[in-house]
Design a protein around this ligand. Structure first.
Ligand code: ZN
Length: 327
């Protein structure tokens, strides 16, 4: 995606009508809160005859109800954006991403996260034809959603290190340009997590995944642990992956691949009141261990080399790490 397809600015939403030139019937996929808050504003900006879909859950076939639509707009948080991706895939239409919060790197990626039978899985979709990030809209998002986005960026400290390890020791493909893009985004946010920087970084990493063709650069064992946690809880993605990052980094450090100290990442999370202790996510040592075991299965199933497998981490090693890291 070229930068001409991305606008990050205060009031960016006002440009939507220009972007929609040539389209007659856009379907806006959103949620009820965003719909109530922005419906009037949206309909005053867009000349075309818009339709809204504010269904809370994705169901196959739902999009066929909206007759005559010729473009899909994902307007909202991660769930609305993911639903827009899936609708666009099903209907064979282009989709435009208008995130209302920088809650994770999916706002710019071509992968949708779908909940099915209590499990979360990823579905490959099309990348957005345009990303419109209105900072004045995004700045009113609940702080916890912005923190989630910061957490997803911080998790790259372990996903990148593990990617390097998996490349050098297990022959997984690695692209240096993509690595550099994600590393730059991570370092930028660690230095300064103001909204504009965060939004830019989140979009850059989403694009990096699309360029590479898989989520590997941005998703390692820390993400697999979060997916395992999803079996029991529904906390925010970015908070969960950030929570698991010091643990993953601890073993990456042992393997000689960590570029960040687990304690530095923990301090960074702590400073922002993000969860760092088991009880904050309703976990016990036993449930966390179970999630870590399950995560290793997820990694194996996806053909990804986990640092935990590399370190042959036993339950004793894991418990020692969990206690030592202050979980
Ligand atoms: Zn993520």
């Amino acid at each position: 995606m070229t930068s001409s397809n991305v606008i990050i600015a205060e009031g960016a939403l006002k440009r939507l009508n220009d972007i929609l030139e040539g389209y007659k019937r856009p379907l806006i996929v959103s949620d009820v809160v965003i719909y109530d808050k922005y419906r009037q504003m949206m309909e005053s900006i867009v000349d075309a005859d818009v339709m809204w879909s504010i269904s809370p859950d994705y169901r196959k076939g739902l999009v066929s109800r909206y007759r005559g639509i010729d473009v899909i707009i994902g307007f909202g948080g991660g769930r609305s954006i993911d639903m827009a991706k899936l609708f666009a895939l099903e209907a064979g239409l282009d989709w435009i991403s208008i995130p209302t919060a920088a809650s994770h790197d999916g706002i710019a990626s071509d992968v949708a996260s779908v909940m099915h039978d209590g499990y979360r899985y990823s579905e490959k979709c099309k990348k957005p034809s345009f990303i419109l990030a209105d900072l004045s809209v995004m700045s009113t998002a609940p702080r916890i959603l912005t923190l989630s986005g910061i957490g997803d960026m911080v998790s790259k400290a372990s996903s990148l290190a593990e990617w390097r390890l998996a490349n050098e020791l297990a022959g997984e493909p690695l692209d240096e340009d993509v690595y550099g893009t994600v590393e730059f985004a991570l370092e930028t946010v660690l230095k300064d997590d103001n909204l504009e920087t965060l939004v830019k970084s989140v979009i850059d990493t989403g694009n990096a995944m699309t360029d590479f063709g898989s989520s590997r650069p941005c998703s390692g064992t820390e993400h697999a642990i979060s997916h395992a946690m999803d079996r029991r809880m529904q906390s925010l993605h970015g908070l969960q992956v950030a929570f698991a990052t010091p643990l993953s980094l601890h073993f990456l450090d042992e393997a000689g691949y960590a570029k960040h100290r687990p304690s530095d990442i923990r301090d960074f999370l702590l400073e922002r009141n993000m969860p760092v202790e088991l009880k904050e996510l309703d976990l016990t040592e036993a449930t966390f261990l179970d999630d870590i075991h399950h995560a290793q299965k997820i990694m194996k199933k996806r053909g990804r080399y986990s640092v935990l497998t590399h370190c042959k981490a036993s339950d004793d090693d894991l418990v020692r790490a969990i206690n030592g890291l202050g979980y």
